[in-house]
Design a protein around this ligand. Structure first.
Ligand code: NAD
Ligand code: UDP
Length: 349
């Protein structure tokens, strides 16, 4: 008789599983032999990202929005469901707050009933525009509570609060990771993030849109490194976090633009556009905690990761012929229709 019982195999829920990070995570966990429930409302994610798993016997896709409760039997919950790029999370800010308050509560209630361990994908945005540099987990941040980024920044902060309160009050087994800017294949080409924008602009010979003077900094982590860190955190005994996960190498946005131009061999020119409100001026993770508690640090340097990402977008560009670039994202420099998330575009007809 066929038996699928394997004591090592876990039933793992990945919310936001059809998104950029979620789809990589599903792939890695499937390869480890687990059973995957991939939950997504396809607001910013895409079936394309999980197409290669759909026929897998240990993979199941569920269309659901975490702002509504759901009951499932699971051992692990990776909660990634939330729009992540500024263009997307500002498209429906009330919904963004709800994903982080109602959605996270529903996932924690699920963890409480099933006794599952739950990991929350938090963000470097909890540090806001940081006055401490680089940012250690002990830094409480400098966040505007009423600005255009607040739905995400404050939403993610209250999500961390809920995680800690469920842990203290109900002894839920929790993990919090604070993810810094991550890039790689399967990023949505229309999400307005800097790496995808610059690569597509360079490949299409369009102007490279640097917001402000380009002196603001970010630290870019390649997706494979990040996924390794997330899984290590989930399986580390007795840790709650928060733990920063990101690449501590820091670049100005202008340096990134120049690197992309040189790696693509593009003739694109750099143009400057207005800096969006509350755009953080600097960001770099202090990853001492991840190094010590998870023996984790990124291995893939920016140039190598960019080459892989450029190869992905080259392939994507060929497959879809003319791929429109969502270059602009502020009211001053944006075209509203071109900034809609994929799900919204689909709904709009
Ligand atoms: P993404 O937009 O590609 O993925 C998010 C996924 O969640 C999408 O598939 C989307 O359809 C789904 N989703 C959104 N709201 C939902 C809801 N209410 N119910 C169900 N599904 C919903 O973004 P990503 O870059 O893959 O980010 C994944 C997670 O990691 C997010 O929580 C984000 O805040 C966090 N994060 C990402 C980065 C990064 O640089 N990529 C940095 C910090 C934090
Ligand atoms: N940015 C830019 N040009 C673009 C997109 C973004 O100069 O076409 C800048 C943006 O203003 C910010 C940085 O790049 O300073 C990173 O932006 P992103 O939206 O990728 O992520 P953030 O870290 O702001 O959430």
């Amino acid at each position: 008789m066929h038996s699928s019982f394997d004591p090592e195999r876990k039933k793992i829920l990945v919310t936001g599983g059809a998104g950029f990070l979620g789809s990589h995570l599903c792939g890695r966990l499937l390869a480890q032999g687990h059973q995957i429930l991939c939950l997504d409302n396809y607001f910013t994610g895409s079936k394309e990202n999980i197409r290669s798993f759909l026929d897998h016997p240990r993979f199941e896709a569920i269309r659901h929005d975490i702002v509504h409760p759901i009951d499932l039997e699971v051992d692990r919950i990776y909660n990634l469901a939330c729009p992540a790029s500024p263009v997307h999370y500002q498209f429906d800010p009330v919904r963004t707050v709800q994903a982080n308050v109602l959605g996270v509560t529903h996932m924690l209630e699920l963890a409480r009933r099933t006794k599952a361990r739950i990991l929350q994908a938090s963000t470097s945005e909890v540090y806001g525009d940081p006055e401490v540099h680089p940012q250690p987990e002990s830094y409480w941040g400098n966040v505007n509570p009423i600005g255009p980024r607040s739905c995400y920044d404050e939403g993610k902060r209250v999500a961390e609060t809920l995680m800690m309160d469920y842990h203290r009050q109900y002894r839920i087994d929790i993990r919090i990771v604070r993810i810094f800017n991550t890039y790689g294949p399967a990023m949505a080409p229309n999400d307005g993030r800097v790496v995808s924008n610059f690569i597509l602009q360079a490949l299409q010979g369009n102007e490279i849109t640097v917001y402000g003077d380009g002196s603001q900094t970010r630290s870019f982590c390649y997706v494979d490194d990040l996924i390794e860190g997330i899984i290590r955190m989930m399986e580390a005994p007795g840790l709650t976090g928060p733990v920063n996960l990101g690449n501590p190498e820091e670049f100005t946005v202008l340096e990134l633009a120049e690197k992309v131009i040189s790696l693509t061999g593009s003739r694109s020119k750099i143009v400057h556009k207005p800096l969006p409100q509350d755009d953080p001026t600097q960001r770099r993770p202090d990853i001492t905690s991840a190094r010590e508690s998870l023996s984790w640090e990124p291995k893939i340097r920016l140039e190598e990761g960019l080459k892989k990402t450029i190869a992905y977008f080259e392939q994507y560009g060929l497959a879809t012929k003319a791929l429109p670039v969502r270059a602009a994202r502020t009211k001053q420099n944006g075209n509203a229709a071109s900034r809609l998330p994929t799900g919204a575009l689909r709904r709009a007809g």
